[in-house]
Design a protein around this ligand. Structure first.
Ligand SMILES: CSCCC(=O)C(=O)COP(=O)(O)O
Ligand SMILES: [Mg+2]
Length: 229
């Protein structure tokens, strides 16, 4: 019997296009001005040092670090200091009302329903925990953060590695078989299944399903959580 649901964001609760066409371009446009304006802020300065560590170049200039960050955005790299900086920049966009967090209507309805049923809801995304809370806090459907008991990002490890899911299972304090992981990416579902979690793939776009080793649905309406044993 499923007791907890761990959900991915992009491609699962939220459209790919909101992330790729709204959030990423916003961060790309703001990066230069934001990093220069906040370079003395200890949080931003530490993240720039993390960029230097990540590139293996301890003497990377600020301008080179900014160029590297923008390159990582273009390549959709899930690198922790980039994701942390993106979260800090998106805060301004959400607060100014430049955009709201896209959450599919079926996802909102079922997250509310599962919460009412007493299922424990968690998020695991490559976006920073800070960015996750902003997206759900400023969602199209209002503040959805009270629905979630916890959030995980790449601080627990990458989403395609089984050990990340072992860490999450230990944090949740439930048997892995009672946790359902939702994602649109087969490699993430493979890693979660290796750690013993139940899995379901969200096939919201026209993705091939013939090689999928997981149960799959087109949206949350098709997912009968209570039928999973
Ligand atoms: C939660 S912030 C926006 C999403 C994001 O930055 C990202 O990298 C999406 O990764 P996911 O693991 O949710 O597919
Ligand atoms: Mg995803």
């Amino acid at each position: 019997m499923i007791k907890a649901i761990l959900t991915d964001i992009e491609g699962t609760t939220t459209s790919l296009s909101f992330v790729k066409d709204v959030l990423f371009p916003y961060a790309d446009q703001q990066m230069q001005a934001f990093v220069v304006a906040h370079r003395q802020d200890p949080v931003v300065a530490a993240l720039i040092d993390d960029v230097r560590l990540e590139t293996g170049n301890a003497v990377l200039s600020l301008a080179e670090a900014i160029a590297q960050l923008r390159q990582w955005i273009a390549e959709d790299k899930k690198i922790t200091p980039l994701k942390a900086l993106q979260g800090l920049m998106w805060e301004e966009g959400y607060r100014n009302g430049d955009f709201t967090g896209h959450v599919y209507e079926d996802a909102v309805r079922h997250l509310l329903h599962w919460h009412e049923l007493g299922l424990k809801l968690y998020v695991y995304s490559s976006g920073s925990v800070y960015a996750q809370k902003l997206l759900f806090g400023y969602s199209d459907a209002g503040d959805l953060t009270p629905l979630f008991r916890g959030y995980f990002d790449t601080a627990v490890g990458h989403k395609r590695e089984a050990k990340s899911y072992h860490t999450i299972v230990a944090a949740l304090g439930l048997p892995a078989s009672e946790i359902l992981f939702l994602s649109d990416i087969a490699e993430e579902l493979d890693a979660a299944a290796q750690a013993g979690l139940q899995t379901c793939c969200l096939v919201r776009e026209d993705q091939p399903t013939d090689t999928l080793q997981h149960r799959w649905v087109k949206n949350f309406d098709e997912l009968d959580v209570m039928a999973i044993t």
